[in-house]
Ligand binder design. Sequence first.
Ligand SMILES: N[C@@H](CCC(=O)N[C@@H](CS)C(=O)NCC(=O)O)C(=O)O
Length: 338
Amino acid sequence: MRKSTYVLGTVVLFAGMHAAHADTLDVVKQRGTVLCGVTTGFAGFSAPDAKGQWQGLDVDVCRAVAAATLGDATKFKAVPLNSQQRFTALQSGEIDLLARNTTVTQQRDTALGAIHAGINFYDGQGFLVPKSLGVKSAKDLNGATVCMQTGTSNENTMADWARANKVEYKPVVIEQFNEVVNAFAAGRCDVFSTDASGLASIRVSKMTNPDDYMVLPEIISKEPLGPFVRQGDDRWLNVVKWSLHAMIGAEELGVTSANVDEQLKSSNPNVQRLLGVTPGAGKNLGLDEKWAYNIVKQVGNYGESFERNVGQGSPLKIQRGLNAQWTDGGLMYALPVR
Ligand SMILES: N[C@@H](CCC(=O)N[C@@H](CS)C(=O)NCC(=O)O)C(=O)O
């Protein structure tokens, strides 16, 4: 009963929003702010710092889009959303884009009126356990209670995996992030299951003694995480997509926030096109030719953002792994600006 009401509400909202938000690029330019859907606070990806400023790898997508469209990376407003609320907020027009550790799945990319604009973190679902549980492998989880958050892809992935591996478990599914974290910390469930990046973040930022916890070696799914916009909003889709690719491409070309001014003199035609020295790319997007220059200058390239937020410059210390450049054996492969 509850579920059908929710689905109906979603459909009605979606039908109403299509005409009302035809060209988000125009709306954003007029408003002067990008409304960016983020988590309610998830260290490394999207969380307010001590000064209340939102920081993280996903927040850098918000900042990049603000720099590209408005010339100023600070001109965005973070709209905190839990897992359950995020797609409704996008559908209803409450946000311009969703940049919030969201897995691209076929269903989300088609049936929800949303469409993804790229991948900013390749991840997979895993398990966090207290060392005191004495479990070394996910295969030993038979009979465990598993904490997950409502509205995540993690619930279905866990069910599929458990069935395939003949593991019996009891799900404990809670809507608010802090409540599910508290339930796990209090021992109300044996295991927390979500994206491995999320587990790394929860372990170091939410557990009183991170060393008392470990992430099990098994990764049970592909979780390609990326920003989403609304379907039928192609200029805006391009702005978000190319803002992300500008960050990834800048890293490949060796253009950083520190050297971007010097790189304006580069003789490399790819750098010249990216930075607007050779004009065209900005016009194609409906943006200033300095769109990518502003991103790199104010936000940094993808590698800088990764290291600062989730990599070696952060408490999370996540390895580049799949998120390395394709030239280093990873999957980050910027589309060419030409
Ligand atoms: N990638 C998965 C999981 C993403 C997700 O929402 N994870 C939760 C649990 S770690 C989260 O970020 N919660 C933060 C919040 O609700 O504010 C998905 O897209 O469903």
